[in-house]
Design a protein around this ligand. Structure first.
Ligand code: HEC
Ligand code: HEC
Ligand code: HEC
Length: 461
């Protein structure tokens, strides 16, 4: 009897709790509207929206390789399965043509779709929530004037229970703080603007801040570096691995042009970010740079001296003629490969970005692991389309795993004063055999679609 009563009591609690949760998680649908007539949309608003959409990288996630812009269908890998970006063109059937401005603003602010379903934070609304209504209206105007594309997107491939959208209400209760952004009166106007853009539309932290097991950014490790799609995302806080400390000026140049003479070129998933920032108002890029420099803080004397030493070492190497050194001097295979295959471009004699950076200045050799050097060495830097760009040959199929490991060990020893990496072989092997799948971006930010670069079709020794 007693046991039965307890069970009945528990069952009631579960049912009441579930009902309360559903009530809490429930969002109503917003009525469909007819797509606005494109010719009636204010051109100036559309132009502003174009810049804002570029700062927000909407094109990067909402365009599949080889697909139409904003038509969605890009599979975004997460630890819980693959989530496909949606079609955000004004197509009424498959896109957001029936979405009113209010429905769009709710998606950006709250992560809820027009029909009231919670959206996965693979759509970075935990950042976009900060965006002002005014800016959202401009982005909406921009999207509604794109070409309507009727592409259907594949269904998400998520494991149970992650495929239950309602549970996202619980995730939001734990990790999501709704905007919009409130300026801090103790910050300058530029830093407030920088915070608004960096934390909001630009969602820099979506890649640069490590995530917990439920995919939320760790508040205590803000911009502390992470690994996204098998590219190492460097810390851009006080722990930046850059030999020469970044400052607001160098950050602004790097973010706008995709390279800086003392830091090299942006690669991997950073390439589309800098490609987008190349076209937006310069003050916005400067505000982001000023804010990130503020997060990094003023470098101490030791850091400044290390930067000067790295610059001096790089200068010396570019002034002395290439020393023809051989494996006989004790550094073995790694040095022989570096001198014969890499040094000719990386001795710093030709200016970045068309010449390779002298690696005394590289964050890559000072990073927590060798992944980014493995990626550029195996896949190279493919040329941008229709414009001059940095290029580097791909060495996959040329170097075997032993040779690449020797090369990486040598580069770490020669160009960094940090301890040797310990997981280099595992990373080299997994990248070579395709277990670590590496998306390749051109310098203009577009992806180079398989099979051109697909590891799985490469003839591995
Ligand atoms: C990091 C990748 C990423 C970026 C950047 C991104 N999105 Fe998305 N977006 C997604 C994904 C993934 C979904 C689907 C989420 C889901 O199914 O729950 C989505 C969904 C949406 C939706 C809901 C559409 C629908 O049909 O349900 C809208 C609206 C949207 N995004 C607009 C934007 C805008 C505007 C931008 C730029 C400011 C943007 N997105 C940038 C990944 C992204
Ligand atoms: C989609 C993921 C992604 C986003 C979003 C992103 N980054 Fe990056 N970022 C990377 C990766 C990957 C690298 C390493 C690139 C490389 O090796 O060249 C990087 C490198 C950098 C570097 C160079 C650091 C160094 O020491 O060389 C800076 C600075 C930087 N990012 C700033 C930003 C800022 C500011 C934003 C927001 C405007 C941002 N990133 C958004 C992925 C991202
Ligand atoms: C034909 C010239 C060329 C050759 C050969 C070459 N590179 Fe590069 N490499 C470049 C250019 C150009 C860049 C882009 C500018 C930059 O960031 O250094 C680059 C970028 C890099 C970077 C990123 C540097 C940074 O932190 O920004 C690394 C690491 C690198 N190369 C390693 C190598 C290695 C290892 C080899 C030999 C196996 C090699 N490169 C051979 C031209 C070359």
């Amino acid at each position: 009897m007693r046991a039965l009563r307890i069970i009945a009591g528990l069952a009631t609690i579960v049912v009441v709790a579930a009902a309360a949760f559903v009530a809490y998680a429930w969002r109503s649908a917003i009525d469909p509207v007819e797509p606005p007539v494109q010719a009636n949309i204010d051109r100036a608003l559309v132009a502003r929206g174009a810049d804002l959409a570029a700062i927000g990288n909407c094109n990067v996630c909402h365009t599949a390789p080889g697909g139409q812009p904003f038509a969605g269908g890009l599979g975004i890998p997460t630890p819980f399965g693959t989530i496909y970006s949606t079609n955000i063109t004004p197509d009424p059937e498959n896109g957001i043509g029936h979405w009113s401005e209010a429905a769009f603003i709710r998606a950006m602010r709250e992560g809820v779709d027009r029909e009231g379903r919670h959206l996965y934070p693979a759509f970075p609304y935990d950042h976009y929530t900060l965006v002002s209504n005014e800016d959202n209206r401009a982005i909406y105007a921009f999207l509604m004037t794109r070409k309507a594309v009727s592409a259907r997107i594949p269904a998400n491939e998520l494991s149970f229970p992650f495929n239950i959208r309602m549970l996202l209400a619980g995730w939001k209760a734990l990790y999501f703080r709704e905007g919009p952004f409130q300026p801090d009166p103790n910050r300058s106007a530029e830093l407030n603007r920088g915070y608004y853009l960096t934390e909001g539309l630009s969602h820099c932290g979506a890649c640069h801040t490590p995530r917990n097991r439920l995919g939320a950014e760790k508040k205590g490790e803000y911009l502390a570096g992470a690994e996204v799609e098998n590219w190492t995302v460097y810390p851009i806080n006080a722990n930046s691995p850059a030999p020469v400390p970044w400052n607001a000026d160098s950050l602004a140049i790097y973010l706008r042009h995709g390279w800086h003479e003392q830091h090299g070129a942006s690669r991997g998933s950073m390439a589309p970010v800098t490609a987008n920032l190349g076209s937006v108002p310069e003050e916005d890029v400067k505000a982001i740079a000023a804010y990130v420099a503020d997060v990094m803080g003023t470098p101490n004397q030791e850091r400044i001296s290390r930067g000067e030493a790295a610059l001096a070492a790089a200068r010396k190497e570019s002034e002395t003629p290439l020393a023809v050194r051989t494996a006989a001097n004790g550094n073995g295979v790694g040095e022989a490969i570096f001198v014969s295959a890499c040094q000719g471009c990386h001795d710093g004699r030709r200016p970045v970005p068309f010449g390779g950076l002298n690696l005394h200045l590289s964050s890559a050799v000072n990073a927590a692991n060798a992944q980014n050097i493995i990626n550029v060495t195996l896949f190279g830097l493919p040329a941008a389309r229709g414009e001059p760009s940095a290029i580097m040959p791909a060495y996959r199929g040329v170097l075997n795993a032993d040779q690449l490991v020797a090369l990486l060990d040598y580069m770490r020893k020669r160009f960094s004063d940090k301890p040797a990496w310990t997981d280099t072989r595992e990373r080299v092997v997994a990248t070579m055999n395709g277990q670590r799948e590496v998306p390749i971006y051109r310098m203009d930010g577009t992806t180079q679609a398989p099979p051109e670069t697909s590891m799985r079709t490469a003839p591995w020794p």
